[in-house]
Design a protein around this ligand. Structure first.
Ligand SMILES: [Zn+2]
Length: 172
């Protein structure tokens, strides 16, 4: 890593800190020539992962695509930037654990939903309603009802939110 200030190639690490639940590491560095201090952020990169689309076409895995889909689902939800990074990290880790070079869009969808459900139920419903894994209305309603039962036990307020959301979705 070259110094961003003078481009000298040797730097020393002042401090290393694990971030995003151990999925990334931040290092504070100092240039050995000019003393300039800067930080680097290292995380696991998913390389050579091919995504098989519904129509059979292939595409390279793109974190940006995953992020933009999740940002839509999480719009105006109380999720911090760090929680978001952790979510992405966990999803990518689940993908990597499979140990395969190819993954179907539907498999990514399942992984995303599993992780999203743990983080924010409203975002989960949003994502699931857009994502076509609920192949038919019946499966979708079963899932909503299951959430309503779980949500009703935990927090009464949540029930109202979901009911409104369900009403909107069923109108379509
Ligand atoms: Zn320097």
């Amino acid at each position: 890593m070259k110094c961003p200030s003078c481009h000298f190639s040797e730097t020393k690490v002042l401090d290393s800190r694990s971030v995003s639940d151990g999925l990334a590491i931040r290092r504070r560095r100092e240039c050995l020539k000019c003393g300039f201090r800067f930080s680097t952020y290292e995380e696991v990169e998913i390389l050579n992962l091919t995504v098989i689309k519904r129509n059979g076409g292939k595409d390279n895995y793109s974190r940006e695509k995953l992020e933009s889909g999740l940002k839509k689902a999480l719009e105006k939800r109380p999720v911090t930037g760090d929680e978001f990074k952790k979510l992405i990290g966990n999803i990518e880790r689940d993908i990597q654990i499979r140990g395969k070079d190819e993954i179907k869009t539907s498999d990514i969808g399942e992984i995303v939903m599993k992780r999203l459900k743990k983080l924010d139920e409203v975002a989960y419903i949003r994502f699931a309603s857009v994502y076509q894994s609920f192949r038919d209305a019946e499966t979708f309603h079963k899932e909503i009802n299951k959430l309503l039962r779980e949500g009703g036990k935990k927090k009464g307020k949540f029930r109202n939110k979901i009911s409104k959301k369900t009403a909107k979705l069923t109108k379509r």
